[in-house]
Design a protein. Structure first.
Lengths: 251, 223
């Protein structure tokens, strides 16, 4: 038997970037606890459409925790109260009958609201464009064993590469800092031989872009790591600091 | 200048001045504890660090360290508040593993600074300043530091004020020490928990040494 719950939703509504937003309260009955949070939002939107009201705009795409598009701040946590998942992987069984759920957009000066729960995370793309790639010619696909890389190094790079760029780190940070994101992107390349070549210039360019876009300064609270759906460690931030400082002292 | 323009450069300044101030506190606390062991020995140290050129030079460098640390803290906090945006979250929550101290470093720093002014008036003004200027600021010879300590802590209110101050400083240091190492890049996955433990040990040692003095007088051992 399907278990269902009735919930009250307090959702941020904002018509456009320049408009003033406010919370609207909606009641939704008979929500299956097996449904995902986004499915619940779909049901709510269908209800709103049938009432001839404007549906709630929110970002979503793959709905399997890979793309990094979903971005809701649910009950005080980016991607909701459950750990190490994205909003699309959050299920209604995490909520109880009669509970009030508050849903807010990511809030950070560098992530302006487009509409309702949708924010413009183009700032992260601009940081990647500043240096989050390898531009040297690395030739064709080498044999798997042609470039020896230690397991430790490979694992560390892979852990950094698991960052999906969703923006939860900057949204959770009391300083609106994007350091965990930038650190992950710098680390995943700096740890591998092909990426090491441009490591210094990459760290400098990406940090410069991050600062230019108005992200805050990291104070090592660790809220980013706690809220990261991919559990990216703040030890990558230490690596970014190291890469950046060494590069600057070399200049 | 990248030390001002870049976020990591600004953090570098915060960590270097922070580490410098922690080293000073270690030195200061080692020096203070002598007042319990031997008041005469304490006065000898006060003599070394009175109106001598090296003590004055040290004091100026130290003052500069404080000023830079505080100015950068205000500058960074202002920038961080702007980066957070104008609209606060309606529901605020705490995360596992995020210490209260790390979220309130500015407030703790403010408390530490407020009491620091009182502390400067209590001791620096009556001792080193009195020696330099020759103005009589207290009832004792400025070089008789032990007498000043005994006079101040004869008042239990002052003992309690200093204990509260040191508690705030302890919280500030528990986050500050490891955070400074992290900002300097001296950290990795294995050392992250170790560095946090080291941070707690260093701050606890410093604070216990400092705190032993008001507690010693509060219990009436120094009377």
């Amino acid at each position: 038997m399907d278990k269902t719950i009735n919930v009250t939703l307090k959702i941020w509504r904002q018509a456009g970037p320049k408009d003033k937003g406010k919370f609207e309260t909606y009641k939704l009955d008979n929500v299956s606890t097996d449904s995902s949070f986004l499915e619940m939002m779909d049901v709510l939107n269908e209800q709103l459409v049938s009432e001839r009201k404007e549906p709630i705009a929110f970002d979503h795409d793959c709905r399997e925790g890979i793309c990094g598009m979903c971005s809701m701040y649910i009950n005080g946590h980016p991607h909701g109260p459950d750990g190490e998942i994205t909003t699309c992987q959050l299920h209604m069984r995490n909520f109880s009958d009669g509970q009030t759920i508050t849903v807010e957009p990511w809030r950070s000066a560098a992530f302006p609201i487009i509409r309702d729960l949708m924010v413009d995370r183009g700032a992260y793309d601009k940081i990647i464009q500043a240096g989050g790639y390898v531009s040297i010619n690395t030739g064709g696909v080498p044999d798997g064993n042609a470039i020896p890389i230690s397991k430790i190094q490979a694992d560390e790079a892979m852990d950094a590469a698991s960052c999906i760029g969703c923006g939860a780190c900057a949204a959770a940070c009391k300083n609106g800092s994007a350091m965990l994101f930038v650190a992950a992107k710098v680390s995943q390349l700096a740890l591998l031989p092909q990426g090491k070549v441009e490591a210094a210039s990459r760290a400098k360019a990406m940090v410069a872009k991050m600062d230019e876009l108005g992200f805050g300064n990291c104070t090592n609270t660790g809220a980013c790591e706690a809220e990261c759906p991919k559990n990216v460690s703040i030890s990558h931030i230490a690596r970014l600091n190291r890469e950046f400082l060494v590069a600057k002292f070399r200049d | 200048m990248w030390l001002i323009d870049s976020s990591i450069g600004r953090k570098l300044i915060m960590s270097i001045t922070g580490v410098f101030l922690v080293l000073f506190l270690l030195f200061h606390s080692c020096m203070n504890i002598v007042v319990i062991i031997s008041p005469a020995g304490y006065n000898a140290i006060c003599g070394f660090l009175g109106a001598n050129w090296y003590a004055l030079l040290g004091t100026s460098v130290l003052a500069a360290g404080f000023v830079i640390h505080i100015l950068y803290a205000l500058f960074l906090s202002y920038q961080n508040m702007r980066a957070r945006g104008s609209e606060p979250y309606a529901v605020k929550s705490s995360q596992k593993g995020v210490s209260w101290a790390s979220r309130n470093m500015l407030i703790l720093g403010g408390i530490v600074f407020g009491f620091l002014l009182l502390h400067m008036y209590n001791f620096w003004f009556k001792m080193q300043f009195a020696e330099i200027s020759g103005i009589k600021t207290g009832n004792f010879d400025p070089a008789d530091g032990a007498a000043y300590v005994k006079e101040l802590f004869a008042n239990p209110v002052y003992c309690l004020i200093y204990i509260v101050w040191l508690a705030a400083l302890w919280l500030h240091l528990t986050h500050g020490v490891w955070s400074a190492l992290q900002s300097l890049g001296l950290n990795n996955k294995i050392w992250l928990p170790r560095v946090k433990v080291i941070s707690n040990i260093v701050s606890t040692i410093v604070i216990l040494m400092f705190m032993s003095i008001p507690v010693y007088y509060l219990l009436g051992c120094g009377a």
